[in-house]
Design a protein around this ligand. Structure first.
Ligand code: IVH
Length: 708
């Protein structure tokens, strides 16, 4: 062991600061410029020297030191972050014809623009926020409005700068895609399999799964990287062109796409898209298409947005890749509602970066329609580049030994009767006690949108059912959790105790008692009752025990039988109403309800603000734009309370465009052309019946309405 040289305080501080800067310089050369100038060994020497000095001189430790990427203890759950403006998605096209339509629309709306073609990176979208040029928050897209705060995890990604140079704005938000490198993905899967774990299906799943880890130490070992490609809410306004903004991102130390192309015409765009497709496997990340953007940012407002995303950009998805393999056999799985699903067991083959050995075949009709036979050579594709599916058999390669598949006449799991109801493609096992159904029902009961019991996934559900611990999902409320912690949940002969997960499960089960009606209604797994339907039904009922005798549901069914004008549009679908009533009429539904009440559980609906059905703005679409003197959210609340609907862009259904200061004539003219009345704030307040005197001017900077 070498003796550490004694150093004066000022020398130590200077050396620590230099090492920090030097390591960041090498990170940047590696991740941003892709031109490393030193090898891993020299890099490790610098890193270890810094670690050592920081230990000896903790007073000089920089909070953003490269050694501090992993900071903080594991957390219980992610905080929620609201995105302002929302993180939109992109409208997708699959053909050049559709891009021609896009081109026509753009040319009709604006003049003198340039296209920019970028790779469409297949990862997880991410928003990064810097304050005082330090990374303060990283958030996933979530539903676009609200995402998860994953700052601790994103800090561990070496390509993400923790600090920005002086040339960058003090406050900045940038958006991009976190991805797992192809090589890293392969190595990670090998590691997971060696440890007896489950490998990830593809790099995108692996990336998403890594970011969801609650312990940043685990994330730090995952080979994640990032590319930035879009402006966030702050700090990016000054760039006239998208390409200039991307160049600035790069100069501030952010990795950006290693390839992009400016194009004058749509024909140039087509050529660029083809060029990119030929290069798709040469990148460190997977791409599933190209993104075509307008480079001049001054056109963005005029082009507006749809429900999916901005009209200044389009995604072009490449046709999925194909691979040839052999269909070795077809097995049959039994799902939550007893549906029998045939599954193709394939000779393992690599397709778009992952090894595929199984693919769903959906149902017997589909197999017959495609004339897929056991033993066939088949073309395999990835639907949406994620889910493998058989595209077609290769008939000319048949030997005559192939066999036609037949759906089993009994349940492959319980041996019970199977039926195929009229008008349905599915064959079902109708034994309510079938263990396969129970496993999947239990898994669904515990899933995120249901009771969110994180410790109970598919594998654990299988074990609990197989070992007879759970015979019904409600058994979870009466289990001996101390005994459960001793349960062996290992797979493939390896033994592993359920351990402290048992207590986590107990706590989650306890918390689930208080979850609202909509979650419970979804959790039961009644056919037709998905998340949205469950919400709609819950909104009309005060509590769970009101459902079996629900006048509302009966009304929906009666209304459906009516004809012509008598028939009203009701917020609940008739099939769903029938399914819910049928559930509670049956023996199982009645016993389920009784048991819930015995357990003291009777979930109630969440009180959401009722939609105003009267008021001066009932049904009026309203769009806020320009600099307003009050926060946009405040106006939005007032409009909604008056029965209005706040929209993000002017459509033919927009009644009022509320224009603050600094709104260009193009915008108001476009609105007028669509029959939208353009009004100012004072007029809005007048309509709302509020004080017609203008609100006091904003103290400093006016609030910029970010919609439109
Ligand atoms: S621009 C308003 N550029 O694709 C959204 N997105 O399918 C503007 N994506 O949610 C995004 N590569 O996560 C943009 N070069 C790129 C992209 C890209 C991948 C993702 C993004 C978006 C999704 C839409």
């Amino acid at each position: 062991m070498t003796m550490a040289k004694p150093m004066s305080d000022s020398d130590a501080k200077a050396r620590i600061d230099w090492l920090c800067r030097e390591i960041y310089r090498h990170d940047r050369l590696y991740y941003v410029e892709a031109k490393p100038v030193i090898g891993d060994r020299d890099y490790d020497l610098l890193y270890n020297e810094l670690l050592d000095l920081e230990k000896r001189y903790p007073q000089f430790l920089n909070p953003d030191s490269p050694t501090r990427r992993v900071s903080g203890a594991p957390i219980g759950a992610f905080e929620q972050v609201r995105h302002d403006p929302p993180m939109q998605s992109l409208d997708k096209t699959h053909s050049k014809d559709e891009l021609l339509d896009f081109d026509e629309f753009v040319r009709k709306t604006v003049e003198g623009f340039t296209y920019l073609v970028e790779p469409k990176i297949d990862g997880v979208s991410m928003s990064l926020r810097y304050e005082n040029r330090r990374l303060v928050r990283a958030a996933t897209r979530g539903n676009g409005i609200v995402g998860d705060d994953v700052t601790q995890n994103v800090r561990t990604i070496k390509a993400v700068p923790l600090t920005l140079p002086e040339s960058a704005p003090e406050t900045l938000e940038v958006r991009g895609e976190v991805y797992m490198t192809r090589d890293g993905f392969a190595a990670l899967n090998e590691r997971l399999e060696d440890a007896g774990g489950e490998p990830f299906a593809n790099p995108r799943n692996a990336c998403a799964g890594s970011l969801k880890q609650l312990d940043p130490k685990v994330v730090a070992r995952r080979p994640l990287d990032i590319v930035l490609y879009n402006a966030g809410g702050v700090g990016c306004d000054s760039f006239p062109r998208h390409s200039e903004m991307i160049a600035a991102f790069r100069s501030w130390g952010f990795p950006v796409a290693p390839w992009s192309k400016l194009c004058k015409t749509i024909e140039d765009v087509f050529a660029a898209i083809d060029e990119l497709e030929r290069m798709r496997h040469s990148f460190r990340f997977e791409i599933d298409g190209a993104v075509v953007k307008i480079d001049e940012r001054r056109f963005y407002d005029v082009l507006g947005a749809t429900a999916h995303g901005p009209r200044w950009a389009r995604a072009y998805k490449y046709a999925p890749e194909r691979a040839e393999t052999t269909l070795e056999s077809i097995t049959v799985q039994v799902g939550r509602t007893g549906i029998l699903t045939p599954v193709a067991e394939l000779k393992p083959v690599e397709l778009a970066g992952s090894v595929i050995a199984r693919a769903t075949l959906h149902n017997a009709d589909q197999i017959a329609r495609q004339d897929i036979r056991i033993g066939d050579r088949v073309w395999l594709v990835k639907a949406g580049d994620v889910i493998p599916a058989i595209e077609s058999p290769i008939a000319e390669k048949r030997t005559g030994a192939e066999k036609v598949f037949e759906m089993p006449s009994a349940c492959p799991v319980c041996g019970g009767e199977v039926v195929r109801l009229e008008g349905e493609v599915a064959t079902r096992c109708i034994n309510p006690a079938c263990p396969a159904q129970l496993c999947r029902r239990l898994e669904h009961f515990a899933s995120r949108n249901a009771l969110d019991l994180k410790a109970l996934g598919g594998k654990i559900a299988d074990v609990l059912v197989e070992k007879g611990v759970v015979k019904d999902p409600l058994d979870l409320f009466e289990l001996d959790y101390a005994a459960l912690s001793m349960l062996d949940v290992g797979e493939n002969g390896a033994s592993r105790k359920f351990g402290k997960n048992a207590m986590n499960l107990r706590d989650a089960v306890d918390a689930a008692k208080k979850l609202p009606l909509e979650r419970w209604l979804f959790a039961i797994g009644i056919p037709q009752v998905g998340v949205t339907v469950a919400k709609d039904i819950a909104a009309e009922h005060a509590k769970f025990s009101d459902l079996p005798d629900s006048a509302v549901l009966k009304n929906v069914i009666e209304n459906d039988a009516k004809k012509g004008r008598e028939r009203k549009i009701l917020p609940i679908k008739v099939e769903a109403a029938k399914a819910v009533l049928a559930f509670f009429c049956g023996d199982y539904g009645q016993a389920f309800l009784k048991r819930m009440l015995d357990l003291g559980i009777d979930p109630v609906r969440t009180e959401s603000a009722p939609k105003a059905t009267e008021g001066p703005l009932v049904g009026a679409g309203c769009v806020l734009t320009g600099s307003l003197s009050r926060p946009r959210t405040e106006y939005a609340k007032m409009i909604e309370a008056a029965g209005g609907i706040v929209q993000s862009a002017v459509t033919s259904r927009t009644r009022y465009l509320i224009a603050g200061a600094n709104v260009g004539a193009t915008k108001t003219e476009k609105a007028r052309a669509l029959g939208t009345e353009v009004i100012d704030e004072a007029k809005l307040l007048e309509l709302l019946g509020a004080s017609s005197t203008p609100a006091p001017a904003a103290p400093s900077a006016p609030v910029q309405a970010t919609f439109f």
